[in-house]
Ligand binder design. Structure first.
Ligand SMILES: [Zn+2]
Length: 45
């Protein structure tokens, strides 16, 4: 797979949603998280 097609693959994915509050999770965030930054931070407490 070329780098170009990998970029296209991720571009075509639907936006991820936080499994906690349903807010859209930005892809720049950790790929493995299913929660938004806010919920993730609160879960660390
Ligand atoms: Zn959230």
């Amino acid at each position: 797979m070329t780098l170009g097609s990998v970029v296209e693959f991720f571009r075509n994915l639907p936006p991820k949603q936080c499994s906690c509050c349903g807010k859209e999770v930005r892809e720049m965030h950790d790929c493995y998280t299913h929660e938004c930054e806010k919920c993730e931070t609160e879960n660390l407490k």
